[in-house]
Design a protein around this ligand. Structure first.
Ligand code: NAG
Ligand code: NAG
Ligand code: NAG
Ligand code: NAG
Ligand code: NAG
Ligand code: NAG
Ligand code: NAG
Ligand code: NAG
Ligand code: NAG
Ligand code: NAG
Ligand code: NAG
Ligand code: NAG
Length: 381
């Protein structure tokens, strides 16, 4: 329920939210501010609402993501004892940080529900794949990674620039949560120069298996769910490993891992589902792919989509393998110096495709007709 107090706390005036549908007529325009020519929306009276089906569906998907985060952080805090958290190196003050992150989700969900004018999804019941504190931290750093990437993938495509501004201000907070979860797991906090984005269908594919039941009135999510992809030898960051300099993987602001989780040249194995499976909450959705046979693994990381060829493709067992690529974001002759590490690093994504279509961050959605399965989260560093 959106209260007047919540709106007030968000700084949303009643004038902005009064009309059920935004009035986009030219009378909305005011004098532009003094300064250089150009810029978008500087002479608009902003309306923090969806303008199109694309906006509604994108914001509603983000709202579903905020709801699971709220539930997940509470669930993790309730599931484990103080002793279990202490053993994983998460003390009382860090547990309060987890609690605070849950409260941030209330703010984010309220904001998006307001921009959806109360027509967005309500909270669901969820299932989680963890049994230990470190598995909880690992799942949380992965879930917040696709939550973050999921918004970056559509933010700049929204029709409502005003709504995009507010959503940006929530997703930058979520980005901090993601890094904190990596630190709590003892991973290097941000082994990347750029944070990748994902089209909505890929985000929804990643999120969909964790929603078990949802209220009947929740808006149907119109993005595709691809067949699920499993990386059967995904590097596992959850074990506590003692390195030569002591605990290598316990909670810390930053760790140089003695043993890297993975490196270029590593063989990576996949299995995937057939399309046409009933999935997600109340089995309300059916997985689908319009692609041909799988030929490539697409590594979606930083500014790049890097393709590697699939080998040992078995269409009966639906299994294949590929090799983790090296390669930097910028090449050796870049005058500003090379990115010293591989473009594939951190918590990132892999999909299987039928072609190696060249895409860049603003048109990653061009890949969607070519996705055979996935994405899966690859834990490379
Ligand atoms: C390693 O981490 C565990 C769990 O946090 C802790 O019990 C142990 O004392 C640590 N050992 C060292 C050498 O830091
Ligand atoms: C969630 O589960 C609870 C307990 O089983 C149930 O009472 C509730 O109706 C469920 N809610 C939804 C939205 O499915
Ligand atoms: C899903 O199942 C729950 C529990 O049976 C029910 O309350 C809810 O209305 C169902 N939702 C949908 C979308 O069918
Ligand atoms: C993925 O593959 C691994 C290794 O075969 C298996 O243990 C795991 O259960 C699979 N996960 C899913 C979601 O199918
Ligand atoms: C790591 O080393 C500490 C101190 O030597 C020890 O107490 C702990 O059990 C070790 N942990 C593992 C996972 O080997
Ligand atoms: C951490 O790793 C970087 C990059 O490999 C290396 O230059 C640095 O010396 C390492 N620092 C420590 C304290 O291990
Ligand atoms: C996938 O979608 C296409 C296009 O809408 C449709 O023709 C096909 O039947 C669907 N396949 C499955 C398995 O649902
Ligand atoms: C999916 O659900 C529909 C409707 O309930 C059912 O007819 C169909 O057999 C289900 N498909 C699968 C693969 O379970
Ligand atoms: C492909 O998988 C099927 C089913 O698991 C198996 O029977 C067949 O031997 C595999 N083909 C190859 C070439 O390995
Ligand atoms: C990453 O993208 C940049 C910019 O498009 C390109 O120059 C570079 O070759 C790509 N690197 C890899 C490893 O794909
Ligand atoms: C390498 O980067 C420089 C500077 O960005 C660019 O001019 C050059 O074309 C790039 N070379 C290759 C082979 O991509
Ligand atoms: C990933 O980043 C970490 C931390 O900066 C670095 O130590 C590691 O070598 C990088 N891995 C690859 C494959 O570049």
């Amino acid at each position: 329920m959106i209260t007047a107090a919540a709106l007030c706390a968000l700084g949303l005036t009643s004038a902005v939210l009064a009309s059920p549908t935004p009035d986009l007529s030219p009378t909305q325009y005011v004098d532009p501010p003094p300064g250089p020519a150009g810029g978008l929306g500087l002479d608009e009276i902003p309306q923090y609402v969806f303008y199109s089906d694309f906006d509604f569906q994108s914001l509603n998907l983000a709202l579903n993501q905020e709801w699971i985060e709220l539930d997940l952080f509470h669930h993790g805090l309730a599931m484990f004892s103080d002793e279990e958290f202490d053993e994983a190196g998460i003390d009382a003050e860090q547990r309060y940080l987890l609690q605070f992150m849950a409260e941030q989700e209330v703010g984010h969900a309220t904001l998006i529900q307001t921009m959806l004018q109360g027509k967005g999804a309500k909270q669901c019941n969820y299932t989680y794949p963890f049994e230990t504190v470190r598995e909880f931290l690992d799942f949380s750093q992965k879930l917040t990674r696709w939550g973050e990437a999921g918004v970056y993938g559509f933010l700049e495509h929204l029709d409502s620039r005003a709504a995009a501004e507010m959503l940006l201000q929530s997703i930058t907070t979520e980005a901090r949560q993601q890094m904190i979860f990596r630190q709590m797991e003892g991973l290097f906090p941000m082994p990347i120069h750029f944070t990748t984005g994902l089209p909505q269908a890929m985000t929804w594919t990643l999120l969909s298996p964790y929603l078990v039941t949802c209220p009947a009135e929740n808006p149907y999510i119109e993005f595709q769910i691809f067949p699920y992809l499993n990386i059967t030898n995904n590097p596992d960051a959850t074990p506590l490993v003692n390195g030569s300099t002591g605990n290598d993987t316990s909670a810390a602001i930053s760790h140089n891992r003695t043993e890297p989780l993975s490196a270029p040249g590593r063989e990576v194995y996949f299995s995937w589902d057939v399309p046409g499976q009933n999935v997600s909450y109340n089995s309300s959705y059916v997985t689908n792919s319009t692609a041909g046979e799988p030929k490539f693994a697409a590594w979606i990381s930083q500014l790049n989509v890097t393709y590697t060829e699939l080998a040992d493709v078995n269409l009966t067992a639906r299994t294949a393998m590929t090799v983790q690529p090296g390669g930097s974001i910028f090449n050796d002759t870049n005058p500003f110096g090379q990115d010293p590490f591989s473009v594939v690093n951190g918590t990132q994504f892999i999909v299987l495709t039928d072609t190696d279509l060249f895409v860049t961050p603003f048109n990653t959605s061009q890949m969607l007709p070519h996705v055979v399965a996935g994405p899966a989260v690859y834990q490379s560093g």
